[in-house]
Design a binder for this molecule. Structure first.
Ligand code: HEM
Length: 321
């Protein structure tokens, strides 16, 4: 356990034994034994540093690194190699702001994918009593951490996005666009489609982030203890899926007509938004499928009595995001 109780014990003993030489020896022994136990608890706490975060952090870092390399190749290296354009200035904000949302939505998907796999497993075996494979069990126990990391990266993504107009590169681009427009004799730069696209996808992004914030707050132990099991499930499951849906729609509407733009396929690779929405769309599709009466009834029947099993319920409660 932590160092605090040991420290308290040490102070208490120090207070009780003080004046005589005999007591001094006793004092030394007690001090020594307390220090030894303090040291060993230190060693233990080093071993146990954030054990539940190991897997989610590894997955998040791997996803980020892969997305960074992928985006760097497409957005920076490709124009440099093919058109000798120096776009390295994009790395700190624009490239990172592709990495963050892709990582965020992927991690959020990883919160809900094991539930889908578990439902498939139960449907397949027709029972809830067969144990899940160890990897699925471990994954399910890490959902809270996956969700919190998704929230963290979504917050960073929102801050990065809101910083766009502050950048000098953006101001120069704006000036250049204005100059081009004057040269072409255009009076109005307003493009109705683009205006709607942006208003809608930013709105969906903000709503998605707000829901993620609610999920993150309710995953704090003191808050989730104050909720009943049904309230907790309602927030973590229904709101979570809604957040995933909003995030996916946000990315889809951000892409708008770029889906059919062949120029998006740089070096024959699809754009990141296409890759980012694939898995969330699959999870949302499966969830909708399982809500159909034919599947839903069967799943409910298999899980019947499961909610009354307090042991399983409590594990779920502490591990849901
Ligand atoms: C306040 C909230 C948010 C704002 C202001 C916002 C803003 C943006 C902006 C400006 C882009 C375009 C980035 C670019 O130019 O490349 C974008 C793309 C994206 N956002 Fe958000 N966003 C928000 C929340 C979210 C949330 C909660 C998610 C999902 C968990 C999300 C997922 C995405 C994805 C997947 C993309 C596509 C990235 C790509 O090009 O591959 N965003 N968002």
């Amino acid at each position: 356990m932590g160092r605090k109780p040991v420290g308290k014990m040490y102070q208490k003993m120090n207070f009780q034994v003080d004046s005589t030489p005999n007591n001094e020896r006793l004092h030394f022994q007690q001090e020594f034994s307390c220090k030894v136990s303090e040291g060993s608890s230190d060693r233990n706490s080093k071993h146990d540093l954030f054990p539940k975060w190991h897997l989610p952090v590894k997955v998040a870092v791997t996803l980020s690194v892969i997305t960074f390399i992928y985006t760097f190749l497409r957005e920076v290296l490709h124009p440099f190699v093919t058109a000798n354009k120096n776009l390295f200035y994009k790395i700190p904000i624009l490239v990172i702001n592709k990495v963050l949302p892709v990582t965020s939505i992927s991690l959020l998907t990883l919160v809900y994918l094991p539930g889908i796999l578990a439902a498939c497993f139960q449907l397949h075996y027709g029972t809830k009593y067969k144990r899940f494979p160890q990897w699925l069990h471990t994954w399910m126990l890490s959902r809270k951490q996956f969700g919190l990391l998704s929230f963290f990266t979504a917050v960073l993504h929102a801050i990065y996005s809101l910083s766009y107009p502050m950048r000098r590169s953006y101001r120069y681009k704006l000036l250049n666009w204005a100059y081009q427009q004057v040269k072409q004799g255009k009076e109005n730069a307003w493009i109705e489609d683009d205006v709607w696209r942006m208003e809608i996808y930013i709105c969906l992004g903000i709503l998605g982030l707000a829901l993620l914030a609610v999920l993150a707050v309710t995953s704090i132990p003191s808050v989730n203890r104050s909720l009943s099991w049904r309230e907790f499930r309602c927030i973590q499951s229904k709101m979570g899926y809604l957040a995933l849906l909003l995030g996916t729609l946000h990315a889809l509407i951000f892409a708008w007509n770029k889906w059919i733009d062949i120029n998006q396929f740089v070096w024959y690779t699809p754009p990141t938004f296409m890759l980012a929405v694939l898995l969330p769309a699959l999870v949302l599709f499966c969830k909708t499928l399982f809500l159909l009466p034919c599947f839903n009834k069967r799943i409910q029947k298999i899980r019947c009595g499961w909610e009354t099993d307090t042991k399983i319920d409590q594990t779920e409660m502490t591990n849901g995001f």
